[in-house]
Design a protein around this ligand. Structure first.
Ligand SMILES: [Zn+2]
Length: 347
């Protein structure tokens, strides 16, 4: 779809030829379409092109991940582990890295706790771009080894957490004319397709439970809900339930307090949601408020127990953050048809 970019901070507008994901004021941009076209029967990622920025894409296999009935009545699991690099991140990278290539960049740079690096390195290779990744010190070493051995990405280990890695990636992009990738506007567009796929199969869903790190996924889910409502595909918005770890829950605290987000040093073992100051935090709180949903937390040990049960019950592998949604379902037992997004399986 044809689109414009608008700044969420100063409201400046940019045409699609604007080759950055940040406004000149430093604010994050948002993709705005005139009209979104949803397919009659969308099953996988590229079926939803009418809800994505127009661009020059290599349409590799993506999305169309399984939605299975869980052991618990009324619960469905959206298995994002079925994407090329085993996490939901691929949906965003498919758009974002394609844009970098379209704008003529030779290099993409991003910050990561692990999954983002894996996904961006994979797509950079498909598009023949060099990938440079700033990784937080506590990142998962297994993921790092995988990236190095498979995708030739250049890794910079940062003596700090994700928030510091992100600041360094932004600085690098500015200094070296590299395309800044990560949790920004184009990623959000790709990631919202997970929700469009869910709604295509379960338009009557009452709750969607989403693990929350940098909050791009949860704000993408809300954007998809709004698009589906405008297109008349759903009558009312399901509740969005965001999940963080009790050892890194800046959005849970902000939601409870009813005011601003404060940085919190991540101490969780669930590396994929170890983000102390989420980029899309305010959008996430807004999404939850508008759907009358909630922000909840689960402990690392609850996730670890769920990870084991997930393997025993389904014979499948998920990472700690990946089953945060399942742990939250069992702990809070929301009423009505519920989808838990199993966000990743890189262990
Ligand atoms: Zn701005």
């Amino acid at each position: 779809m044809r689109y414009l970019l608008t700044c969420t901070r100063c409201s400046s507008k940019y045409p699609k030829s604007y080759n950055s994901q940040l406004c000149r004021c430093g604010g994050i941009l948002e993709v705005r379409y005139k009209k979104v076209k949803l397919p009659e029967k969308g099953e996988e990622f590229w079926d939803f092109e009418g809800a994505l920025p127009d661009g020059k894409y290599l349409k590799y296999e993506l999305g169309g991940t399984k939605l299975i009935e869980a052991m618990e009545k009324g619960l469905y699991l959206k298995l994002e582990t079925g994407n090329p690099t085993c996490s939901f991140k691929d949906r965003g990278s498919a758009i974002e890295v394609a844009k970098a290539a379209e704008y003529g960049y030779r290099e993409v740079v991003c910050a990561s706790t692990g999954n983002m690096a894996y996904s961006i390195a994979y797509y950079a290779r498909l598009y023949n771009l060099h990938a440079k990744v700033f990784i937080s010190k506590g990142a998962n070493r297994d993921k790092l080894a995988n990236i190095l051995s498979t995708h030739r990405a250049e890794l910079m280990i940062v003596n700090g957490d994700f928030t510091k890695a992100q600041a360094l990636a932004e600085l690098y992009a500015e200094k070296h004319a590299a395309f800044l990738a990560g949790d920004y506007c184009y990623r959000k567009e790709g990631q919202k397709t997970v929700c469009h796929e869910i709604l295509a199969k379960l338009p009557e869903v009452k709750n969607i439970i989403v693990p929350v790190g940098n909050a791009t996924l949860i704000s993408g889910v809300f954007k998809a809900l709004a698009e589906a409502k405008t297109a008349g595909r759903i009558r009312s918005l399901p509740y969005i339930i965001g999940v963080q770890s009790t050892r890194c829950m800046p959005l849970v605290r902000a939601f409870r307090r009813g005011k601003g987000i404060k940085y919190e040093k991540p101490a969780t073992k669930a590396d994929a949601i170890a983000v102390g100051y989420p980029t899309f935090g305010e959008q996430a709180i807004d999404a939850i408020s508008k759907t009358k949903g909630s922000m909840v937390s689960v402990s690392d040990s609850e996730m670890a127990a769920e990870q084991l049960r997930f393997m025993e019950d389904y014979g499948l592998v998920a990472e700690l953050a990946g089953v945060a949604s399942l742990a939250a379902f069992k702990k809070f037992k929301p009423r009505g048809t519920t989808v838990a997004i199993i966000s990743g399986g890189n262990v």
